[in-house]
Design a protein around this ligand. Structure first.
Ligand SMILES: [Mn+2]
Length: 354
């Protein structure tokens, strides 16, 4: 049975049409995390390294500042660990999730690594588990789903098992389905989600590939843009500025390193070949990054891509990045805004360019 793009698009349409809608207004404050992959606290638990950073940021920054919480899939790593062990190990984190769900709003989507939750009758917390949902900003939709639904492999399994997308694929059948950290596969998933969103004039927010995207742009374009911005700033000052020069150098080094690592030139251009570049795809990245955590924030009718890091591990961001990291209280943790744009501007461009 061949799964083509058309089938993927049909299934995404169904997912979209059945998704519950939550209104956004100028008071809404949401933070979106995805891909925590929480385990048992042992040496193979991917969540462990950033667990204190995550817990601190979640409780002391987002909860304290009145945010509601979106966990966009692959929260519990159920392909490798039991729910019981995960919940026991990370009880402190789940207690904070519970605080959000009881006192604010918390929406939790299901990803391919925690699909089993959809079949469970004895999940111990009273969380709002969804397959997808929509955040409505005036007449526009931000479509939030984990992202595996845009992969052909996942859809193929779905079809073989003969279940519809809704509640759900048999977790046994796709037990080993995980996005290979293969840039071609990641790119194809992004490209389908991009194509779908542009065609329907919506913006989608996904996770799954672990690669942060802002306005459909990958780190490569983001770095290029940052370097140009810094050059402009440097020219404006009209004299030597050690700090700015160092920032340019650091960002250039990052960019070169990236190209060196990804030699497949077909995928060095991350713009999804449409006539215009349409800012319709966002990805929160992941919580388990080597250099920290990325997430998306929605506040004051703007959307932001944010990077949290531990200065003991990623000191270079503190001095030379050209961004302005803010310290969280008296901790070693810093918040750095990588991009920010108003939803109005984003949807205007989506509407007229696509
Ligand atoms: Mn996933």
């Amino acid at each position: 049975m061949k799964v083509n793009n058309k089938i993927v698009y049909q299934n995404l349409t169904k997912l979209f049409e059945e998704a519950p809608v939550y209104e956004l207004n100028n008071k809404s404050k949401w933070v979106i995390f995805s891909d925590l992959h929480m385990g048992d606290g042992g040496s193979t638990d991917d969540f462990k390294a950033n667990s204190d950073l995550f817990l601190t940021v979640l409780d002391r920054h987002y909860y304290e500042n009145g945010f509601s919480l979106i966990l966009n899939g692959d929260v519990e790593e159920l392909q490798r660990f039991s729910l019981k062990k995960i919940h026991k190990q990370w009880a402190n984190v789940f207690n904070v999730f519970r605080k959000f769900s009881e006192n604010r709003e918390m929406l939790k989507t299901i990803g391919n690594h925690d699909l089993k939750i959809a079949m469970m009758e004895d999940y111990p917390y009273n969380f709002n588990h969804l397959e997808a949902f929509r955040l409505k900003h005036q007449d526009n939709d931000l479509f939030v789903f984990h992202g595996h639904q845009a992969s052909k492999k996942f859809q193929k399994h779905n079809q073989i098992i003969g279940l519809t997308l809704k509640y759900l694929a048999n977790p046994l059948g796709i037990k080993n389905y995980s996005v290979a950290h293969d840039s071609r596969k990641q790119y194809n998933i992004e490209k389908r989600a991009y194509g779908y969103s542009a065609y329907h004039k919506i913006a989608s927010i996904i996770g799954h590939t672990h690669r942060p995207l802002f306005e459909s742009l990958h780190k490569v374009e983001r770095l290029k843009y940052k370097i140009e911005q810094l050059c402009r700033e440097l020219a404006k000052r009209g004299k030597h500025d050690k700090e700015l020069e160092a920032s340019i150098k650091t960002n250039k080094k990052d960019l070169k390193k990236y190209y060196k690592k990804n030699e497949d030139t077909n995928f060095q251009n991350y713009v999804y070949n449409t006539i215009f570049h349409i800012p319709c795809l966002f990805n929160s990245g992941c919580v388990i990054g080597k250099r920290g955590i990325t997430c998306l924030e929605i506040e004051e009718e703007k959307i932001r891509l944010v990077h949290w890091f531990d200065m003991k591990i990623s000191k270079k961001y503190l001095q030379k990045s050209g961004y302005e990291p803010e310290q969280l209280g008296d901790t070693d943790y810093y918040r750095m805004v990588l991009n920010e744009e108003s939803l109005d501007y984003i949807f205007t461009r989506i509407k007229y360019l696509s």
